[in-house]
Design a protein. Sequence first.
Length: 242
Amino acid sequence: MVLGSGLGSLVDRMEVDSSVPFAKAGLPASGVPGHQGEFVLGSFAGREVIVMRGRVHLYEGHDAKAVTAGIRWMAENGIEGVVLTNAAGSLAPDLPPGSWMRIDDQLNLTGTSPLEGGPNFVDMSEIYDACWRQQITDVAAARKLELGAGVYAGLRGPQYETPAEIRMLRSLGATAVGMSTVLEAIQAKALGLRVVGLSCLTNFAAGMPQAVLDHGDVVETGRAAAAGMLEVLSDWLGGQGG
């Protein structure tokens, strides 16, 4: 699992065996509040997991290879699938701050790829595993957690988008926008891993009514919304997930 801004509390529910700081695994350290920058190994809901507590980003000055090094490290250590979570801005009036969205597809608008450097022509027709998406949707419904679904647009950042950029993204079919995840999903797919993505919608995007764009609010909204999704992930992993 990769935990985005404000979602690190999942680790508190793990049976932890060990932790590895990013630096010791050969990754850049994360410099963003809400991203602790370590791998945590142990079990959650009775399943062996590696949790990437935080991530690094293009906007911190890293390239696509460095941003996705954590996915490769986890794959080298035996994972078969990955749950990618993030904090994102909502472009949909019916998905307000504090709600969750299942990522069905993505727009990579970062201008780069972790697969650069060779003819790595990987099929991206279905990055996000259809079976896992349905399973999580069913578990969320049983938990009475409303789970939206849509397209995640990944941009480079670090500035938030302008209202004109949000109008452009909406015309391209985006439902949510953020500064992570898309490169990790590409790397995971290229490695043959199963992928599921979940966005915690922490704010409305620029130009929308009641839009508030502040990283502190993003982290706090993520923390407040985390509890319901932790229950869903626990039920999924402990039951039919996999």
